[in-house]
Design a protein around this ligand. Sequence first.
Ligand code: ZN
Length: 296
Amino acid sequence: MRYIVSTVFFVTFLFGSYSAYSQSLILNLPPTVILSLEDISLDNDETVCLDELSYLTSNGVVDLSLIPAAALYGFVWNNQLVNPYGSNRLVEMPDTFVIDFSQYHHANRNVVTSNFGFRRGWQFHYGTDTRLKIGDSIHSSFDGMVRIVQRGRAYGNYIVIRHFNGLETVYAHLSRPLVKVNQIVRAGEVIGLGGNTGRSTGPHLHYEIRFLGQPLNPRDLIDFENYTAIYRILDLNAEHFAYVGELDEVRFYTVRRGDTLSAISRRLGVSIDRLCQLNNIRRNSVLRVGQRLRYT
Ligand SMILES: [Zn+2]
């Protein structure tokens, strides 16, 4: 058994992604299992060497038994990439996955300024934004372990936390993170201060909820007006990811020199009204060469 466990680690080290072993582990384990040392050392009389059960990350060694939902995530624990899991992970997902929201704590009690979904017709926004004042406290949604603390061009200063219920949350544009990677945090604990870093047009929190790396619409899960979770126990299923299929259907047209809305409408067989609606423009809006127009 020790050999198999080592192999899983070895492959994970090499590729930082999933292997044949981790795929079958996802399929075979009940969804809510959090792997503990006992789960791995099948033989009770075999002494398990802790070194084999630790992750070596760029930020030091992490005890695998402490990593939330380790089996669900195929033992991938990455301190740099928001989604290191690959897009195929969802295909391996069980039909429904039970998520415990009972400890939910709102990240930033404030007004929503932007929702999950398309923006300006073509840009997809993977989170929910709330307005704040620079320095406002940002709270962890659930118990978990900090996976990423870094600065990105778009996100600014951001934090990613893996939670024991299987979700991951992202908190972006912070003025100051107050936690370190691989640190255990509690639901409601202050993890950072709100800010205006990265691609941001005013102080706000960009908040994402992800499952196996794939964003969920936070509005489907959270009541942002009452700062509470909509469900105590959520049955996560394919419906929650329906937008991914819709995204695949979306097509864009790039405006060329001399194009008019009516000419584009004729060429694509899509009404001008529909083009205006999809792209949030008016019939008399000036088109730029190179501008991307969504038409499905
Ligand atoms: Zn945002």
